[in-house]
Ligand binder design. Structure first.
Ligand code: CP
Ligand code: NVA
Length: 304
């Protein structure tokens, strides 16, 4: 299946491709707002495989494909043979023989890799336990819209060393910024990933020190999907890691803060920051639509 491009992590695209993609997302947002017809892919079908819950990802991909002139199909393991043990590889061969592009949200990252290896059409990672690259497209678009290039800037991740944190490590590398990670000891991201990016990513367990002078502060839930049983235990350990006005006062005076959502007000982020009139968090959520339209356009054009 060589020649087919997939988007499983940010490392699947070059920095220059990512830069173009973000610019295209910004342009497509303006075109959409101007009421332009964006139906460049009539009849194209996106298969959306969701093994985990979603609001933003489902709505943005389904709406995005409709706006591109195609159709999106929701598939869950509960209602397909995927949930009854049909091998991922066999499912990939069959599903990709009928659709034009596939989006998967699941648990193990190996599942999207195995699916992509047998898919005859592009596969997009819409979140695994390890990475959430689509969210980073939206985050980077949001940064560029509000502040211009992120090259050389300083970002701080506060909270769990989870799939979003690991995607920020890849983003630091691909978009050329520095990243400090403030996580409780024992909740660091993958050590190999850290070692590979030690030139621009470092751990600083104290959030106040980590946030000093940074341009961007980012957080996410303390217990991700699949970790619900750890919620209480984590809440106690993560309590000093809340992104709030006090922490933001440590950052640069024009610093932005982001959250991929869904958020827990009073846990990883204060209600004050969530409900602030000048937060960019809602732009960040909306940009999932525009960034993924640009992503699907790029992958569909490449597979023609
Ligand atoms: N941020 C994000 O991926 O949201 P959903 O889980 O609602 O899709
Ligand atoms: N880290 C979170 C992100 C949700 C969009 C999770 O995996 O549940």
């Amino acid at each position: 299946m060589s020649g087919i491009r997939h988007f499983l992590t940010l490392l699947d695209f070059t920095p220059s491709e990512l830069e173009h993609l973000i610019q295209r997302a910004i342009d497509m947002k303006q075109e959409h707002r101007a009421g332009n017809d964006q139906r460049g892919f009539p009849g194209a079908v996106l298969a959306m495989i969701f093994a985990k819950s979603s609001t933003r990802t489902r709505v943005s991909f389904e709406v995005g494909m409709a706006q591109l002139g195609g159709h999106a199909m929701f598939l869950s393991p509960q209602d397909t043979q995927l949930g009854r043990g049909e091998p991922v590889e066999d499912s990939a061969r069959v599903i990709s023989s009928m659709v034009d592009i596939v989006m998967i949200r699941t648990f193990g990252h190996d599942i999207v890799e195995r699916f992509a290896a047998r898919s005859s059409v592009p596969v997009i990672n819409a979140l695994t336990d390890d990475y959430h690259p689509c969210q980073l497209l939206a985050d980077m678009q949001t940064w560029v819209e509000h502040r211009g290039s992120i090259k050389g800037k300083r970002a701080c991740w506060v909270g769990d060393g989870n799939n979003m944190c690991q995607s920020y490590i890849n983003a630091a590398r691909q978009f050329d910024f520095e990243l400090t990670i403030a996580c409780p000891p024992g909740f660091e991201p993958d050590s190999q990933l850290l070692a590979q990016n030690s030139d621009r990513v470092r751990i600083e367990h104290d959030p106040s020190t980590a946030a000093a002078g940074v341009d961007l502060v980012v957080t996410d839930v303390w217990a991700s999907m699949g970790q619900e049983s750890e919620q209480q235990e984590r809440a106690a350990l993560f309590a000093p890691y809340q992104v709030n006005a006090e922490l933001m006062s440590r950052a640069a005076s024009d610093a932005l803060y982001m959250h991929c959502l869904p958020a827990h007000r009073g846990e990883e982020i204060s209600a004050g920051l969530m409900d602030s009139p000048d937060t960019v968090i809602w732009d960040e959520a909306e940009n999932r639509l525009h960034a993924q339209k640009a992503l699907m356009e790029m992958l569909l054009l490449a597979s023609r």
